[in-house]
Write a protein that binds this ligand. Structure first.
Ligand SMILES: O=C(O)CCC(=O)C(=O)O
Ligand SMILES: [Fe+2]
Length: 287
């Protein structure tokens, strides 16, 4: 039986997201908010029920052939070209391997379990409450809204900042060795790039680095715009690491940038080109 009801997908006993007036719900939200405030990362352990998680794992394996894999040496801002305005040891000119694949948004048909979870209004409202915003909409980007991040044996997703204010991840299959999510809470802010500290981490320094105890079924809410983060290399002898990534926006009908879309998915759709013409940035950070 394919799980379909919210109760079959989410552990509603522990996370009563269907009863948003309940004390239990309020407790979950307060806990997540406290974690986000303290570290930019909220971990909702065992959020997805095991049967649903197994189904999501199968759905990822079934769609894995549609992944766009790419390998590049990039700086934390997703750029790959040397910038002569900065020195050779500067983070802007420090390029490290990112090797991973993404299952794109148009690989998931409506009604599959992963898509149901992504589009659940109760989950979107829970996330909005945790993040302290009124409403969240599923990211309307046809490729980057619902994805799975694939790290095959030997691959790593190097240190970077996200361009989105936050990301929602469900680890589905963990690596046996490597594949750890590491981050440096709040290493930069909207007004301070803090290149010195970032250079230290890129050079292998461990100051401020947190290794997250992320397990399959956990729902992670992560503010990746200010927190440098990576997934460490999956050992060559390990099983792959698979994570479902849900993207939401505060405004409806948002679409991603052409350059990043091409970088991550190897193609763009007409909707991306149209959105590029209309884009307005909200801050002046590098990217
Ligand atoms: O796979 C993950 O846990 C997160 C990867 C990541 O940081 C990203 O896709 O931006
Ligand atoms: Fe990220």
């Amino acid at each position: 039986m394919v799980p379909t009801d919210l109760n079959e997908l989410v552990d509603l006993d522990r996370y009563p997201i269907h009863q948003q007036d309940s004390d239990g719900y309020r407790t979950c939200v307060i806990e997540a908010r406290e974690q986000l405030r303290a570290s930019g990362c909220a971990l909702n352990k065992d959020f997805v029920r095991p049967v649903a998680l197994k189904r999501i794992g199968d759905e990822i394996w079934e769609r894995k052939g549609s992944s766009h894999f790419s390998t590049q040496n990039m700086n934390p801002y997703f750029h790959t070209a040397v910038n002569p305005d900065f020195g050779p040891d500067h983070p802007v000119n420090t390029f490290i391997e990112r090797s991973s694949g993404f299952i794109p948004g148009d690989s998931w048909e409506a009604g599959c379990v992963t898509d149901r979870l992504f589009r659940s209004p109760e989950i979107a409202q829970f996330l909005a409450d945790c993040l302290g915003v009124p409403t969240l909409y599923c990211y309307a980007d046809p490729l980057a809204g619902l994805t799975a991040n694939i790290l095959d044996p030997g691959q790593q997703f190097t240190w970077h900042f996200d361009t989105n204010d936050f990301a929602v991840t469900i680890l589905v299959d963990e690596a046996e060795k490597g594949g750890l999510f590491e981050y440096v809470p709040g290493i930069r802010s909207a007004i301070d790039e803090n290149f010195g500290a970032i250079a230290g981490v890129l050079a292998g320094g461990r100051q401020g680095v947190v290794s997250l105890d992320l397990r399959p079924g956990d729902l992670q809410i992560f503010r990746g715009r200010y927190s440098l983060h990576r997934v460490t290399r999956v050992a060559a002898t390990s099983v792959p690491r698979h994570a479902a990534i849900f993207a939401y926006t505060e405004q409806p009908n948002v679409i991603g940038r052409v350059e990043r879309t091409r970088q991550l998915f190897g193609r763009v759709l007409p909707a991306h080109e149209e959105a590029e013409r209309q884009r307005v940035r909200s801050d002046a950070l590098l990217d």
